[in-house]
Design a protein around this ligand. Sequence first.
Ligand SMILES: Cc1ncc(C[n+]2csc(CCOP(=O)(O)OP(=O)(O)O)c2C)c(N)n1
Ligand SMILES: [Mg+2]
Length: 323
Amino acid sequence: MSQTLAEKFYYLMRLGREFEIRCKEEYLKGNISGFLHLAIGEEAVHVGAVVGFGKGDIFCPYREHVLALARGIDPRLIMAELFGKITGVSKGKGGSMHLYEPKMDFYGGNAIVAAHIPHAVGAGYARKLMGEKAGVLCIFGDGATNNGTFFESINMASLWEVPVLFLCENNYYAIGTHISRSSALKEIYLKVRDYMPAVQVDGMDVFEVYEAVVEAKKYIEEYGKPYFIEALTYRFEGHSMADKGDYRSPREIEMFKRRDPIDILVRKSLKEGWLTEEQIRIIDQKVEAIVEESVQFSLSSPEPSDEELYRDLYCGVCSDVIP
Ligand SMILES: Cc1ncc(C[n+]2csc(CCOP(=O)(O)OP(=O)(O)O)c2C)c(N)n1
Ligand SMILES: [Mg+2]
């Protein structure tokens, strides 16, 4: 079991890392435009959460490439979306912050901080009314937990017993603002402890995130009620490509880089015999080829036509009245 999991985690985390390193390069070449938020350093949270949660809806913020990859969305369609091409998962009209694939229950990124949290509660309530057990995984940052909609959603999910796993990825910053300057409570899970079970985990250890999420999912399915996890993590890059992140000291960044989630996974897996150097080499090669293919696919894909730009802007009824 641990061997299979370690292999899966390594593949997805390495894929996420290489995919985003390439995104950065393509952005600098001008092939990707608009906002680009990288999750380099946070892969253990994204992969552990999606794999651990399994079946169910996913709602997330704008830093969602690795979440989409972990859900199993084709890397070519994600890269093409970032390139603004019609073959992209949102037909090239959403870009990095709006990956959306309802066929895979991936309700995607949202550019507005905390706006997707009430959406997740609505989806969870709908699942409950339909008698489904799977529930909803809702991911958001530490900064989002200072937003009014967060508190309203927590209250309603608890009161109406909505099956949502609220997962806060606490990377200690909301753009350039450190958590100590924005949040009265530094331990975010304490904000909701009186409403639902709430725990804090090491978000740099994919096994720890995974186990906590599996536990949470069991609770959600058994009781049909919400659960909260705070995962402590760190982004190694700036908030977005527009941010150098120089409000953080090199010493602080170095300290967290020494706990790189991929290194932690590799060290543990080699020690326990869950992975071999040879397996790692093969996965690295495979990942490189997948990422390269996703870029070539995106480069050779067409842009959306002028006509296409006016589709999907409003719901069906409204589009009928738009010329
Ligand atoms: C409602 C709203 N307010 C402000 C912004 C600008 N903004 C974009 S990201 C961000 C920080 C969010 O921090 P956090 O929730 O910790 O997420 P992280 O980027 O660290 O993952 C802010 C303030 C926004 N997009 N939406
Ligand atoms: Mg943050």
